[in-house]
Design a protein around this ligand. Structure first.
Ligand code: FAD
Length: 300
């Protein structure tokens, strides 16, 4: 049976897009097409898709908000799975429980409305809850690891488990989620009761810092590189005099050297060439290897 026929037996056919342009689903606004872009709406559908992909060896790739990925120009073969229909956020005691497709910004705003403190750091991170857990996203001294209590995941056999935070080996912008083959369905954040005005003041301050320092007017994937021990990636790039330099439509931001912006219809090839240029120059000038934070998906 064809992939499409099989998928139609698993999920609502309206939730399967064929040859979907992934530039519509990535923050960089670039990348090729997905053979099948599927947006399940129940946990059972997610489980069935995983089981189907395993049985048939059809490749599948999970996409959150696409804010930390570059999709190559040839796109992604097989299935691209998006959990964007899983957006619920609720409170239980002093915990915020958010489904994986909810934006972590919305979880942070929800916590504010509930007078709960601990998620302020996430108020400007444009990823989903699932993507934030995968990356152990963080900013301004806070990170997911600090407040994650547990998460609900589907494993590579399609079975659902609740795992405590320490099962994910969260560390600086990394987790073991790829290695374990987990799909995050939901995250529980353990927070504390705080003062609404104090929480809001912190969030306003972080938003001001972000808006004044980051080139949010252009598509990008945020900080491209991890912080190398003992250095700041942005400073190394700035001191390599690379700001404003680019390839095709992709350019090292003049506002924040750690960002590469899609200034003028960049391709993924342009973007990746700029990444390689930065790595080469910084290594040559300072002897430092810059490790990518952003993930590159798909094929040329
Ligand atoms: C302007 C801008 C500012 C940013 N600022 C910050 C910042 O301050 N701090 C920071 O840490 N990051 C920042 N980022 C990067 C990015 O927002 C985070 O890494 C975010 O957590 C990625 O989430 P996402 O949903 O977009 O994931 P995606 O980019 O879609 O995916 C990233 C990885 O997560 C995996 N993934 C996604 N969802 C799931 C799931 N449900 N289960 C398992 N795996 C999953 C994907 O397969 C992929 O490997 C910024 C990006 C931009 C564009």
């Amino acid at each position: 049976m064809s992939i499409l026929k099989e998928l139609r037996n698993i999920i609502n056919p309206e939730h399967i897009l064929i040859d979907e342009e992934l530039k519509n689903h990535t923050y960089t606004k670039l990348g090729g097409k997905a053979d099948f872009f599927v947006t399940p709406s129940t946990v059972e559908e997610v489980q069935e898709i995983i089981r189907y992909a395993n049985k048939t060896e059809v490749p599948f790739t999970l996409l959150g908000n696409g804010s930390n990925v570059i999709v190559r120009d040839g796109g992604i073969r097989g299935l691209v799975l998006s959990l964007k229909k899983f957006t619920g956020i609720k409170r239980e005691g002093n915990k915020v429980i958010a489904e994986s497709g909810a934006r972590i910004i919305d979880a942070s705003q929800f916590a504010l409305r509930e007078h709960l403190t601990g998620l302020e750091f996430a108020c400007g991170i444009p990823g989903t809850v699932g993507g934030a857990l995968y990356m152990n996203a963080g900013a301004y001294g806070g990170e997911v690891k600090d407040c994650l209590e547990s998460a609900l995941v589907v494993d590579s056999a399609g079975d659902v488990h609740r795992l405590s935070a320490d099962a994910f080996d969260l560390a600086y912008r990394t987790s073991n989620i790829a290695e374990k083959g987990y799909i995050v369905l939901e995250a529980t954040f353990s927070l504390e009761i705080g003062d609404y005005h104090e929480i809001k003041a912190v969030m306003d301050d972080l938003t001001y810092k972000r808006e004044s320092k980051q080139p949010l007017e252009y598509p990008s994937c945020g900080s491209v590189f991890k912080r190398p021990p003992g250095y700041f990636a942005g400073k190394l790039i700035q001191d390599s005099e690379l700001q404003g330099k680019g390839v095709g439509g992709a350019e090292v931001s003049t506002k924040h050297a750690g960002f590469i912006v899609n200034k003028n219809n960049a391709t993924a090839t342009d973007y990746i060439s700029v990444i390689e240029m930065i790595q080469r120059e910084v290594k040559e000038k300072f002897g430092v290897d810059l490790e990518r934070e952003v993930r590159i998906l798909g094929e040329d």
